[in-house]
Write a protein that binds this ligand. Structure first.
Ligand code: CO
Length: 175
């Protein structure tokens, strides 16, 4: 399975709402495996279909997790198809985010600490699960992608403004 080309800030597909995945056929299975390879090749911890040029409600994550002794280890590979996020916690936290579609740009984003997600996996089974911390954050970042939203949209306005030049350059360089 080979890596797929990424789409970058400035590409209209990153501003388009993805369509529901109607059927989890071989094409979707192949797409997910190619996305996994692409994410890993770029050392990403999440990747959404629009980032590889497919306007679909589908994303994958491999968020690091903390082992019982507090050490950060590689997390599980998770697939979310037609996800619905609910029950965001009132408690939120600020953390720096980045995005494979916006190279070398980082910024603080406030997000709920906990969420519940209902989504299909590759077998088509619907699973409802609660997530917290970094895993929840990655899910929300990727879920934004399938709604045409980018993390820079959720930044403090002043901080975002400071990035405008960098964003303009990415737009020019990659599109
Ligand atoms: Co991203």
């Amino acid at each position: 399975m080979s890596s797929l080309p990424l789409t970058y800030f400035g590409n209209p597909i990153l501003r388009t709402k993805g369509k529901p995945v109607e059927k989890i056929d071989q094409e979707i299975i192949d797409l997910v495996h190619a996305m996994e390879k692409t994410m890993d090749d770029h050392n990403g911890i999440g990747l959404a279909a629009p980032q590889v040029g497919r306007s679909l409600r589908l994303f994958i994550t491999r968020a690091p997790r903390q082992s019982p002794d507090g050490e950060w280890v590689e997390g599980d590979f998770l697939v979310f198809i037609n996800p619905i996020i609910s029950e965001p916690s009132d408690e939120s936290w600020l953390r720096e985010e980045g995005c494979l579609s916006i190279p070398k740009v980082y910024g603080n984003v406030e997000r709920p600490l906990k969420i519940t997600v209902e989504a299909q996996d590759l077998s088509g089974k619907v699973k409802k699960m609660s997530y917290s911390g970094l895993q929840a954050r990655v899910i929300m970042h990727e879920n934004d992608h399938i709604n045409g939203v980018l993390f820079v949209d959720r930044m403090d306005k002043k901080e975002r403004k400071a990035l405008e030049q960098q964003l303009r350059e990415i737009k020019k360089k990659f599109n």
